[in-house]
Design a protein. Structure first.
Length: 188
């Protein structure tokens, strides 16, 4: 399911000052490098958990509606569905009335479900015929992110900072797995 990031996170879950305090770095020589490590740690923790940590906006595409009428979204936590649209064969966009579907943000993955006996109208465009524009993330500020995930990021930043330039770095500390495990989606 292809996706386009429309609005990236405006801030990181962990600030440069927090990371430097965790690393016990008092100089500014490595600020850019540490900032890069923070962004990498956010992406790593997000990938491990399947969560968008900081508020961001995506457009998710599908070729057609699922046969069961349930449109699963790849990003959680879902905070808003900005728009759900279908495209005609001439690329004309038809926005779908939110009264026709239910937003299930509590499920993981989040999903859009048809209400009652309604049916999804088939898109005319054969590729990426449906687009859902969604806002995901725990919030707009770093403090909105659960503390264990922020701690996992700090452990990663410290590990990568300590072992930079090492051609054979040791494995990532088990602490990262222990901190992120409760946040991973489980499918049966």
């Amino acid at each position: 399911m292809p996706s386009i990031l429309l609005t990236p996170p405006a801030v990181e879950p962990v600030s440069l000052a927090e990371a430097k305090a965790h690393l016990r770095v008092g100089h500014a020589d490595d600020d850019q490098f540490i900032a890069t490590l923070i962004a990498a740690a956010r992406r790593q923790v997000g990938a491990q958990t399947g969560l968008a940590l900081i508020e961001q906006q995506w457009t998710v595409f599908r070729d057609d509606w699922p046969e069961n009428g349930v449109f699963e979204l790849p990003y959680a936590p879902l905070t808003a569905v900005e728009e759900l649209a279908s495209f005609g064969d001439d690329d004309t966009k038809a926005v779908i009335d939110p009264a026709h579907y239910y937003i299930d943000a509590a499920s993981r993955p989040p999903r859009l479900l048809l209400r009652g006996s309604r049916i999804w109208a088939r898109p005319g465009r054969i590729g990426n015929g449906i687009a859902a524009t969604v806002t995901v993330g725990f919030g707009a500020a770093g403090i909105d992110v659960p503390e264990p995930l922020r701690q996992a990021m700090l452990v990663l930043v410290a590990h990568w900072y300590e072992h930079r330039g090492n051609a054979n770095p040791p494995r990532v500390p088990l602490t990262v797995d222990q901190l992120t495990r409760p946040f991973r989606g489980v499918r049966l």
